[in-house]
Design a protein around this ligand. Structure first.
Ligand code: NAP
Length: 348
């Protein structure tokens, strides 16, 4: 099996930790470099990370020294892929890496650039072809490709089986986990026993990213799909697992049974179970009352599926609830699946 050297920028944060944990279980990935903010530069991982996620700490990485995120020369020379889990305001370095090697980013900074794919497993694989144009037009030896925001990822996987229906409007109301704001994130005095009906820029991300995710690649650019989306975002007192209540106004809705059948049979979803971490079913339906729930359902299929339930049809309005793990499917998991697809296509 061919082996790939991978590096993680922002390795000590919530997503960085998910990357380290998942990479340690992938036999074809060998961890090469890790970075964080300057405060930890030069220290060993074991002395600098505060392990906060509910997966085991990979002891074998404990002796890794934290590199300077801006040591582009060394990191790119000694890596085949760079995963970026940097905050948006520290992500301008991603383009510098892309000039040299493939970069898969979780940050929002470069997501909406016209020649950057917006990847969601099972939905926007075709957009990866744009990387050939990006490389050629910018004279990059590498490239940059982005995963979509966790909430847009969840919404896109859920609506994909219905996308050929005549959709007038989509309204989404989110209930997003605390881990979505990183570590240490919100103060407990703000979020304990509370719901905060505001997440900075999150509604805009859902509104702008979803049409791009559902869009088509044409000769080096992505033509967004025409979708009318309204989003309201809330932070709730749950550690992991975002929920979304989705309302879709359909021009000529099919019977509810037909809608549920489409969603449970994943019609239109591309399945490639040979890619590590790619689940057999990206979209699962749970018709039990009161499901899905974060605590009960977020780790289904290793945290790599969207679970939908609570379907209702009232006149032209279809509504349902979805759940996905924001730091696995919406986080490191998607980026690792994206890497697997790029490798399988010979693009890395
Ligand atoms: N959390 C989620 O559910 C989620 C989902 C999808 C996408 N994202 C996106 O993924 C990125 C990482 O999110 P996160 O939740 O993992 O955030 P986080 O927990 O705050 O972690 C940020 C990481 O970046 C490092 N860092 C901070 N400032 C830096 C700087 N100026 N230069 C270099 N490194 C710096 C931090 O190092 P220190 O440990 O030294 O501070 C830490 O390793 C963000 O862009 C976020 O929007 C997050």
């Amino acid at each position: 099996m061919e082996s790939f050297r991978v590096s993680v920028l922002g390795s000590t944060g919530i997503l960085g930790q998910r990357f380290l944990s998942l990479i340690s279980k992938l036999p074809n990935f060998e961890l090469s470099h890790i970075s964080s903010s300057d405060s930890k530069y030069g220290k060993r991982l074991s002395n600098s990370v505060k392990w906060i996620i509910d997966d085991d700490y990979p002891e074998e990485y404990g002796d890794f020294k934290i590199d300077n995120t801006h040591d582009i020369g060394t990191i790119s020379r000694e890596s085949d892929i760079v995963f970026s889990a940097l905050p948006t305001d520290a992500s301008s370095v991603e383009i510098e890496f892309a000039k040299k090697i493939p970069v898969i980013s979780k940050s929002s900074l470069n997501r909406m650039l016209p020649d950057v794919p917006l990847f969601v497993p099972g939905v926007s694989h075709d957009q990866l072809e744009i990387l050939h144009y990006q490389r050629r037009n910018n004279n990059y030896s590498g490239f940059i490709t982005c995963d979509a925001n966790c909430s847009s990822t969840q919404l896109s996987i859920a609506i994909k089986p219905l996308i050929d229906l005549s959709i007038d409007d989509i309204v989404v109301d989110t209930m997003q986990a605390i881990s979505g704001s990183g570590y240490p994130g919100l103060s407990s005095m703000d979020i304990a026993d509370n719901v905060i009906p505001y997440i900075e820029k999150e509604d805009e991300k859902i509104i702008t990213e979803t049409p791009k995710i559902m869009g088509k690649h044409r000769s080096g650019t992505i033509i967004p799909m025409n979708l009318n989306i309204t989003a309201m975002c809330n932070r709730v007192n749950v550690t992991d697992g975002h929920m979304e209540t989705v309302f879709m106004k359909l021009n000529d809705p099919p019977e509810l049974d037909e809608i549920v059948k489409r969603m449970s049979s994943q019609r239109n979803l591309i399945i490639d179970t040979k890619i590590p971490l790619f689940p057999e079913k990206l979209l699962m339906v749970n018709l039990n009352k009161g499901r899905p729930q974060p605590r009960l359902d977020r780790r289904l299929n290793g945290g790599m599926s969207v679970i939908a339930g609570g379907f209702k049809l009232s006149g032209n309005w279809l509504s349902f609830t979805t759940l996905s793990h924001n730091t696995i499917l919406g986080g490191a998991g998607s980026a690792l699946v994206q890497a697997g697809i790029l490798i399988s296509r010979g693009m890395i």
